[in-house]
Design a protein around this ligand. Structure first.
Ligand code: F6P
Length: 325
């Protein structure tokens, strides 16, 4: 029998579609093992401010299809200070919580590492649209965000073709080019700008001229927000060059990529990871992040998650260059 009697669950950092599905899976898996669940609100801030609710099978009913997070999220800068972790410890004590499940991105895992250092049992669940978390092929929310970006790219291509325009479509991803690369390949874009590979305005001019020569009616550049120089700067530079083959436009997709109903993939991923997190805690596990690798649940020490950078998918990058003709 599990020694764990009561756990807390929180969502932190940028919200990601599927977080609710993960909360639901955590709560219902825990209840099936006679473990009570407290929902800590607004991320780590809720721990510091004792902002929480008791979660039951019913309070997590009807949320699997909802984007955002019913617990709300937050980015607490002072949480990782000594004072912050001490306040969190005392909250966990007051609530008699034996362990925490934290759902979020990179910053969330760093918060988990700070709690672990204080001896608190923690299991992490990766959820961020950026897909920049080491230890899992996919984070919760990535698939939904990718499909949202793709839908926008398809629409932009329609209007771009009608006016012989080049569009820079900027997608999110922070310092990671995953979303941009995958959206570009899936959307059949002509060029890609990602943080992992320096971009050059002159190269783009040459590519545009080649595309025009091939009879292309549009030129789509999918740019990650972390690419340097940024898409807006490159677009300005290109506009300043006389006699361009395409009229230049820029669309920043922004926060629309964070919202919306999670895809089936994200709901299923969140459900499997939520259940796995509780099973790990119940079996005495801690200090790990549950992830999905090659279709199976994988466990990665949180120390490794925060200490490593997820590499660029070089194969996909090469494929993108071959296919954008
Ligand atoms: O990490 C998710 C993300 O949406 C990034 O893609 C983006 O850079 C960042 O969050 C925006 O953060 P905020 O919600 O704090 O503006």
């Amino acid at each position: 029998m599990s020694q764990i009697r009561k756990i807390g669950v929180l969502t932190s950092g940028g919200d990601a579609p599927g977080m609710n599905a993960a909360i639901r899976a955590v709560v219902r898996t825990a209840l099936s093992q006679d473990i009570e669940v407290v929902g800590v609100r607004r991320g780590y801030s809720g721990l510091l401010e004792r902002d929480y609710i008791t979660l039951t099978a019913r309070t997590v009913g009807g949320i699997i299809q909802r984007g955002g997070t019913i617990l709300e999220s937050g980015r607490s800068a002072n949480f990782r200070s000594e004072e912050g972790t001490r306040a969190a410890l005392s909250c966990l004590d007051d609530l008699s919580l034996d362990a925490l499940v934290v759902i979020g991105g990179d910053g969330t895992m760093r918060g988990a590492a700070a709690l672990l250092a204080q001896g608190i049992a923690v299991v992490g669940i990766p959820a961020t649209i950026d897909n920049d978390i080491y230890g899992t092929e996919m984070g919760i929310g990535v698939d939904t965000a990718l499909n949202t970006a793709l839908d926008a790219i398809d629409r932009i291509k329609d209007t771009a073709s009608s006016h012989h325009r080049a569009f820079f479509v900027e997608v999110m991803g922070r310092d990671c080019g995953y979303l941009a690369l995958m959206a570009a390949v899936a959307g059949g874009a002509e060029a890609i700008m990602i943080p992992e590979v320096p971009s050059d305005a002159q190269d783009l001019v040459a590519e545009m001229s080649r595309a025009h020569g091939l009879g292309k009616s549009h030129f789509i550049v999918v740019a990650a927000e972390g690419a340097r120089p940024r898409a807006a700067e490159v677009a300005e530079q290109l506009r300043a060059i006389p006699k361009q083959n395409y009229e230049i436009r820029l669309t920043t997709l922004g926060y629309v990529q964070r919202g919306g109903s999670p895809t089936a993939f994200d709901r299923l991923l969140a459900t499997r990871l939520g259940a796995a997190a509780v099973e790990q805690l119940a079996a005495g596990g801690s200090g790990i992040m549950v992830g999905m690798n090659h279709g199976s649940i994988g466990l990665t020490p949180i120390a490794d998650v925060v200490g490593n950078k997820k590499p660029l998918d070089e194969q996909m990058w090469r494929l993108a260059q071959i296919l954008a003709v």
